[in-house]
Design a protein around this ligand. Structure first.
Ligand SMILES: *[C@@H]1O[C@H](CO)[C@@H](O)[C@H](O)[C@H]1NC(C)=O
Ligand SMILES: *[C@@H]1O[C@H](CO)[C@@H](O)[C@H](O)[C@H]1NC(C)=O
Ligand SMILES: *[C@@H]1O[C@H](CO)[C@@H](O)[C@H](O)[C@H]1NC(C)=O
Ligand SMILES: *[C@@H]1O[C@H](CO)[C@@H](O)[C@H](O)[C@H]1NC(C)=O
Ligand SMILES: [Zn+2]
Length: 954
């Protein structure tokens, strides 16, 4: 799956399964399953033997007795091929319900004697045959056992078929069923999405199977390793088109329905199946006999919003063919933008589904950021066409390898499509620093889970988190061995099911030179949470490591068999010259190379470790080396790469938060920024300074902080003024465009001369001629926010009118956020009232709008009062299981840093105990914890910070 952006972007036995033919795979699979079950569960099936001859149950005390009470399928049966026919109705039936009907025939093989067939099915109503949910027949000579009884198990989402005698080993059978399901608007399984085009309401039938929703569409063996071939048939109305994973090989145009059949798929997992019926339009190109199509609403296609996606898809596929040294495994590539979609995107094999904002790009109205998102999401999903879909991890506990790897190569694919963007440099901002932040908390968790720890659908969903997506980025980070070589050898064996440990075995066989086995190195990164801070003392050459925790007072209650030490590959440079990589294998080490060198030039030479953030750790130095690095930044910052400049800043601020170095040392890393023109270090600094702004924007420190920022941002603002010929054009460089946004945004907020006038004049021009917006899409968010902040009711009301009129989702969301920027309390209070009126603000946007208001220093106390006063109502409306609800509490309490606020928060918790906090329960606890930490931080640092900003701003 793609990263879920705004809603926000794992261990086995090591059996190597390399199978070349389908038969070999089946055998290999069944062996692997035997092993796993033997350890995991009792013998499936066979009630008689369970009652009498079963040995004592396994050592796991909670293993349910009946096979249908366990979440994992028994290992006695494997599917070979399915015929699936689906007929979604795009009009409601007489009960007002949208439904689909279907038929399925699955050919399966019995690989272990059993008289029980267990197959997944959820929320399906079955047609009965002689009182049973299914019909069973044989395809060979073997006798077919009679069905004794069939029943559904809601909890484990099974259809269970009890036979009167056993199936014959190795014989093929056919299980036939007919069923009816609801085509609900629940975004799960086969579902419906609605939209209005040219005044006409339209319905799309579409699907989302990952992770466990295929079973809600038709009965199937719904585990990733249960790969099979699917013959799909879709029945639909004339005037609509049916899409699925393969190319349609025949369309019978009948009255009143059309029947579209598809070529048999490759052997594939159920979670990457897709079925769609729609009247969307498309554009197409062909690349070496491969058909590439982009689908979207007809108006969006007519407005050419799909052109960009079509332009980059071909090159990205080409890139992966080279990278994996394997041709694209399918005969076509469809990508479709859906009005209602839960994740960011989904890598269905050959038919990738997207949110509209992740696939469509409007050259006139979309920003550079929108464009980058389209490129990287496409690149991420297409990477899965090989790694994930062709080669598949055996179970969801290994999800991190699938997603982590895709999250890494997405940058390579995007870089190939847009070479001028230098997009690989962004990994540090969007993945590395993001996961560093989460993984430095005592509440983090290891990348890997044991297969047995991940069973039910909730545990499976939990695997889709920041750690899974962003921590690996690629095992290259841990071993420094290029993954590409490894993968290329892997794709020789098509359709294999792998365990991540297979990869390590394989890596070992390739014969790389590392100080320990790949298993031993990797286990420390995947089986224990967190990461180390490596400290280098350039006076002695000593090196040491320690588990890095952001809060020095936090207690880690998760024991680690490795005592939180790692095998750390350290790339480093001395005074600009790259040195030989050093492996830190113990808590402390000593490198003769380093000390010998340093003794000779102790005042001149500097050391920089973790060059280009090639490893997953933070770095600290002795004070002398810090001083030399800082003076290097001030005199010749380009001696360090952009990535290292960004990382020195981020490391310093985080080390200061952890009280490993002083706060002023961290602040000193920002002094050179007056010379910095590059986006990545600036962005890294601004993200870190954001905490200071939140802590101090209601205190005397803020004046000095603003003065300092003004001094630092002024040269950047002037730079862009020249570069854009007095703001009349857009900078050419991709990241320059981002940095221009930062420059204007900060400059206006700290009062750089000319900034507010510039913004106000743009906004006024727009107000005078609303049909003609003169503001470049890149700058809209910043300009709207600042113009409303400095304006009054007219500016606000104009924005509200534009918000109500726009048809473009991204424009509406920019305006909604900007309206929270006003400094007028009455406007903010009125806006807060609007958030609870669904005719004004859509319900899905309520909590995020309140958060935007709380982000504003004037709005924060208003939002806090508003939410406290209406807690029971807000909780009733939004508190039941919604993810954004936790963000609401987070957002409002972000600035809390006084004893008084802490008491208010505690009182709030007491007063509303009877109402409850739902999905914000944990967020409330964390808010209390964070407020306590903020109070402490402020007490310890305020005087020092005030002094520093005061001295540095004059
Ligand atoms: C699927 O279709 C192919 C080609 O038409 C056919 O050979 C195969 O038997 C079908 N599979 C099933 C399960 O019927
Ligand atoms: C699957 O469908 C194909 C085409 O309709 C048909 O020839 C075949 O017999 C079906 N297979 C089974 C197992 O029902
Ligand atoms: C399935 O059957 C149940 C019970 O009869 C019924 O309530 C439900 O509406 C049916 N589902 C559909 C989609 O018709
Ligand atoms: C797509 O490529 C064509 C041909 O190179 C180019 O003219 C067009 O501007 C591109 N479209 C977009 C949206 O980038
Ligand atoms: Zn993914």
């Amino acid at each position: 799956m793609g990263k879920v952006y705004y809603v926000s972007k794992n261990m086995g036995l090591g059996m190597l399964i390399l199978a070349v033919t389908a038969l070999a795979i089946i055998i290999a699979l069944s062996i692997a399953y035997d092993k796993e079950r033997a350890k995991n569960q009792g013998k499936p099936g066979d009630e008689a033997s369970e009652g009498t001859t079963m040995p004592t149950p396994s050592t796991t005390p909670f293993t349910p007795k009946e096979p249908w009470d366990r979440y994992r399928l028994p290992d006695s049966i494997i599917p070979i091929a399915y015929n699936v026919t689906l007929w979604p109705r795009l009009e409601p039936n007489t009960d007002g319900l949208y439904v689909f009907t279907g038929q399925s025939a699955v050919v399966f093989k019995c690989v272990k004697e059993t008289d029980l067939i267990i197959i997944h099915a959820r929320k399906l109503n079955f047609t009965t045959f002689l009182g049973h949910h299914v019909k069973l027949s044989g395809l060979g000579d073997a006798t077919v056992p009679a069905i004794q009884k069939t029943w559904l198990v809601e909890k484990t989402e099974y259809l269970v078929i009890q036979l009167s005698s056993r199936l014959t080993m190795g014989a093929p059978y056919l299980l036939h069923s007919e069923f009816l399901g609801e085509l609900a608007d629940d975004l799960e399984g086969f579902y419906r999405s609605e939209y209005t085009e040219d005044g006409v309401k339209k319905v799309v039938a579409t699907s989302q199977m990952q992770a466990t929703y295929a079973r809600k569409t038709f009965p199937c063996f719904d585990e990733p390793a249960m790969k099979a071939v699917f013959n799909v048939t879709i029945i639909h109305k004339p005037g609509t088109v049916a899409l699925s994973n393969g190319i349609s090989d025949s369309v019978i145009d009948g009255v009143p329905v059309k029947v579209t059949t598809f070529e048999p798929t490759e052997r594939m997992s159920t979670y990457v199946l897709a079925f769609i019926v729609t009247d969307f339009g498309y554009i197409q190109s062909n690349q070496n006999n491969l058909m590439i199509r982009i689908w979207a609403k007809r108006n969006a296609i007519a407005d050419r919003q799909g052109d960009y996606a079509l332009n980059v898809t071909g090159p990205i596929l080409q890139f992966y063919e080279q990278y994996y040294n394997t041709t694209y495994p399918l005969s076509k590539s469809d990508q479709i933008a859906l009005p209602d979609f839960n994740a960011g995107a989904m890598e269905n094999w050959g038919l990738v589904t997207y949110r509209e904002t992740a696939l469509l790009f409007d050259p006139m109205l979309s920003s550079t950021g929108n464009k980058e998102r389209v490129t990287t999401v496409i690149s991420h999903e297409l990477a899965h066409m090989w790694f994930g879909n062709l080669v598949t991890l055996r179970w969801w506990n290994d999800l991190w390898l699938n997603e982590g790897f895709a999250s890494y190569v997405e940058y390579l694919g995007a870089d190939y499509a847009e070479p001028s963007w230098n997009i690989k440099d962004h990994i540090i901002l969007y993945d590395v620093q993001k996961v560093f932040a989460v993984d430095a908390l005592a509440s983090s968790h290891p990348l890997s889970r044991q297969e047995e720890e991940v069973n039910d659908p909730a545990q499976i969903s939990e695997m889709f988190n920041t750690i899974s997506y962003s921590k690996v980025c690629s095992p290259e980070k841990f071993t420094q061995y290029p993954m590409q070589d490894l993968l290329q050898t892997y794709f020789i064996y098509y359709y294999i099911i792998i365990l991540y440990t297979d990869l390590w075995d394989h890596l070992q066989q390739v014969g790389i030179h590392i100080p320990h086995s790949v298993h031993d190195i990797m286990n420390r990164w995947t089986l224990q949470m967190g990461f180390p801070v490596v400290t280098i003392d350039t006076r002695t050459g000593s090196i040491s490591q320690k588990h890095f925790l952001l809060d020095p007072d936090s207690v880690v209650d998760r024991p680690s068999q490795f005592n939180y030490t790692w095998f750390v590959p350290i790339k480093w440079m001395k005074t600009g010259v790259e040195q030989q990589q050093y492996w830190l294998l113990h808590e402390t080490g000593m490198t003769m190379v380093m000390s010998a060198v340093f003794l000779s030039h102790p005042t001149k030479d500097w050391v920089l470790a973790n060059t280009n953030v090639s490893g997953y750790f933070r770095v600290n130095y002795d004070l002398g080396n810090w001083d030399r690095l800082l003076s290097l930044l001030n005199t010749d910052h380009q001696a360090l790469s952009v990535i290292n400049r960004a990382q020195v800043i981020d490391d310093a601020f985080n080390l200061a938060r952890a009280t490993i170095i002083s706060t002023t040392l961290a602040l000193r890393t920002t002094k050179y920024l007056s010379k910095e023109r590059n986006y990545i270090p600036w962005e890294s600094a601004l993200r870190n300074l954001d905490y200071y702004i939140l802590m101090f924007d209601r205190t005397e420190v803020y004046g000095a902080l603003q003065a300092y920022l003004k001094k630092q941002i002024q040269p950047l603002f002037d730079h862009f003024k020249i570069l854009t010929a007095n703001w009349t054009k857009v900078p050419e460089g991709h990241t320059d465009q981002y940095n221009e946004i930062n420059a204007i945004g900060i400059a206006c907020s700290v009062g750089v001369e000319g900034c507010r006038e510039l913004i106000n004049s743009w906004y006024r021009q727009w107000m005078e001629n609303p049909g003609q917006n003169p503001i470049h899409p890149n700058l809209k968010s910043t300009v709207y926010c600042n113009a409303i902040a400095f304006g009054g009711v007219q500016e606000w009301d104009f924005a509200w009118r534009m918000f109500k009129n726009t048809t473009l989702a991204s424009e509406a969301s920019r305006l909604r956020s900007a309206m929270a920027c006003t400094k007028a309390p009455w406007l903010l209070n009125r806006y807060l009232d609007y958030t609870l009126d669904p005719t004004k603000i859509r319900k899905q946007d309520t909590t995020s709008t309140i958060q935007y208001i709380a982000r504003n220093v004037v709005g924060m106390p208003l939002a806090w009062n508003f939410v406290r006063a209406r807690w029971s109502y807000i909780f009733e409306q939004f508190g039941k299981g919604s993810f954004s609800f936790a963000n609401l509490v987070n957002g409002i309490t972000k600035r809390f840093s006084s004893e008084f606020e802490l008491q208010e928060l505690k009182k709030f918790k007491e007063d509303n105990f009877h109402v409850g906090f739902g999905s914000a329960t944990m967020a409330l606890e964390q808010a209390i914890e964070k407020t306590t930490a903020n109070i402490k931080w402020l007490t310890e640092n305020k005087a020092e910070v005030l002094k520093w900003f005061t001295e540095e701003s004059t």
